[in-house]
Design a protein around this ligand. Structure first.
Ligand code: 5GP
Length: 119
């Protein structure tokens, strides 16, 4: 039986079905500016595979790919800020996850001390 599942918005960006402001791409990940930025620099780093719904699944199945996501986050922070950054993986609806295709938020460029979120 063939089960058709709808592509996530991130798969549609990877496939260039919808546009995004891409800041980095290689064979394993794509990184682009978040459409609703929560910090002066807000880039989403997304593994190209849609196999993992969140960072827990990604870490368990492919820790090397997770390490690559972290390395790309550092690269983005070096290029777009001073190399310092906050890395956020919303995991689950009640934690604010809206796209169930594993991804990291890179937040940088002057963040308030003593806060974890934007508020
Ligand atoms: P989550 O809430 O799942 O952790 O993160 C999803 C992120 O994707 C949100 O910060 C949201 O603003 C961003 N986003 C959703 N749709 C689009 C889109 O079409 N383009 C871009 N660039 N970002 C998107």
């Amino acid at each position: 039986m063939v089960v058709m599942t709808q592509s996530s918005i991130f798969t549609r960006i990877i496939e260039r079905e919808i546009p995004a402001d891409v800041v980095y791409e290689d064979d394993r990940v794509i990184a682009f500016n978040d459409i609703a930025p929560q910090a002066p620099v807000h880039v989403v780093v997304v593994p190209k595979t849609a196999d993992y719904a969140n960072v827990v699944e990604l870490a368990a199945a492919d820790p090397g790919l997770l390490a690559h996501v972290v390395g790309v986050a550092k690269r983005v922070a070096d290029e777009r800020a001073n190399g310092e950054f906050r890395l956020v993986f919303n995991t689950g609806e009640s934690a604010g996850q809206t796209v169930f295709h594993a991804h990291a938020h890179v937040l940088a460029g002057g963040l308030a001390e003593g806060t974890l979120g934007s508020k």
